[in-house]
Design a protein around this ligand. Structure first.
Ligand SMILES: Cc1ncc(COP(=O)(O)O)c(C=O)c1O
Length: 354
């Protein structure tokens, strides 16, 4: 029997649907004592930045902004002049879901789409795009931006990031990583964060906090410190310098100081693995991409999608006809996964699908 819509405590639409994890919340509460210097000149912000440096085992420059769109856009604007171009996968969030913010904040830098299987930039296509034109009439390639984990729930391995960086080096491109789900990628790969970033050639990382359990705020990490030149002015001008910064930085302390960020990311990934295996062998269900982080992409028959929606399930269907993104979060429970999988099975059987 399908449950009633209002019974759903957790959904599979987005990891942004989840609340704040206890460690982040405890840190926010602990930070809410007395007065503290504003605009990031406080002890919580210093501690959070130090913990990020410790996590990456390097003396990087760290900033905190309100969200991922701002992080990506301001970093890319720092790396480019308006006549430059940014090479990214055709499904990249900066291309498809940021309302032109990277172009806006960089005064017109153009995004050039690169194709590739499974949401990952294809090396040949990258090279072709980087070398397509060298004349003054074409926006000069300046940055390659990759998303880790990708928009379709796959993960670049260390060698894959290195290979992109090597091409970038040959053609004088900076390397930017959109790490809205960086924690899920690290948990999936079981590598040191340094291995998949600066040691593999990444110069700037937008490190996502909200999907990992904070209330708001992403970290901007410049491994190449020169690229951080006057970044604080960019943040301020864009309305991204939080006056009560301690409440953006404190949850990072909560997440990072005892490894909660990786535990939660690993848990979300595990829930996606459970969902993936629970959907195996259900008639009409077809997996669309390898599931390597915290999401599962499947094609479902339209009547099943309608049935799930009627039963109160929320999820995105932005990938062609029947393509569904099922996203797990830090607080997704095995029971949630079982309920969703049971409903998919029940609906598939009810409609007697092939
Ligand atoms: C790959 C990716 N990058 C960046 C973002 C950041 O977006 P926001 O500005 O909503 O925090 C998201 C959020 O969904 C994302 O999925």
């Amino acid at each position: 029997m399908l449950k009633k819509p209002h019974d759903r405590a957790r959904q599979f639409a987005s990891d942004n649907y989840a609340g704040i994890c206890p460690e982040a919340m405890d840190a926010i509460i602990a930070a809410n004592v007395d007065h503290a210097s504003a605009y990031g000149n406080d002890a919580w912000t210093s501690k959070a930045a130090d913990l990020i440096r410790e996590t990456f085992e390097t003396d990087c420059e760290v900033f905190f902004v309100f969200n991922g769109t701002a992080a990506n856009s301001l970093v890319l604007a720092s790396l480019c002049q308006s006549y430059h171009s940014i090479l990214c996968h055709e499904l990249a969030h900066i291309e498809t879901d940021e309302c032109g913010a990277p172009e806006f904040f960089s005064n017109g830098t153009k995004l050039l789409q690169v194709r590739g299987e499974n949401g990952k930039i294809d090396l040949k296509a990258l090279e072709q795009t980087a070398t397509k034109r060298t004349d003054v009439h074409f926006p000069k390639p300046r940055v390659v931006s990759l998303t880790q984990a990708t928009e379709v729930g796959t993960v670049y391995g260390v060698d894959e990031v290195r290979a992109i960086s090597e091409i970038a080096k040959v053609y004088g491109l900076h390397v930017h990583m959109d790490g809205a789900r960086f924690a899920n990628a690290v948990a999936s790969l079981s590598v040191a964060p340094s291995e998949i970033t600066w040691k593999a050639g990444v110069e700037a990382l937008c490190f996502g906090g909200t999907k990992n359990g904070t209330h708001v705020g992403d970290a901007v990490v410049f491994f190449n410190r020169e690229l951080a030149y006057e970044f604080e002015y960019r943040c301020k001008q864009a309305g991204q310098l939080c006056s009560k910064m301690r409440f953006i930085s404190a949850p990072w302390v909560g997440l990072l100081q005892d490894g909660a960020w990786l535990r939660y990311a690993g848990h979300a990934n595990e829930m996606a693995r459970l969902l993936e295996s629970s959907l195996q062998n259900i008639p009409g269900v077809r997996k669309l991409y390898p599931s390597q982080a915290n999401s599962v992409f499947v094609e479902l028959p339209p009547p099943v999608i309608d049935g799930l929606r009627a039963a109160g399930w929320q999820f995105y269907t932005f990938i062609g006809t029947g393509g569904c993104r099922l996203m797990c979060a830090w607080d997704t429970q095995p029971e949630d996964v079982r309920q969703l999988a049971d409903d998919i099975r029940l609906l598939s059987t009810r409609f007697d699908l092939p």
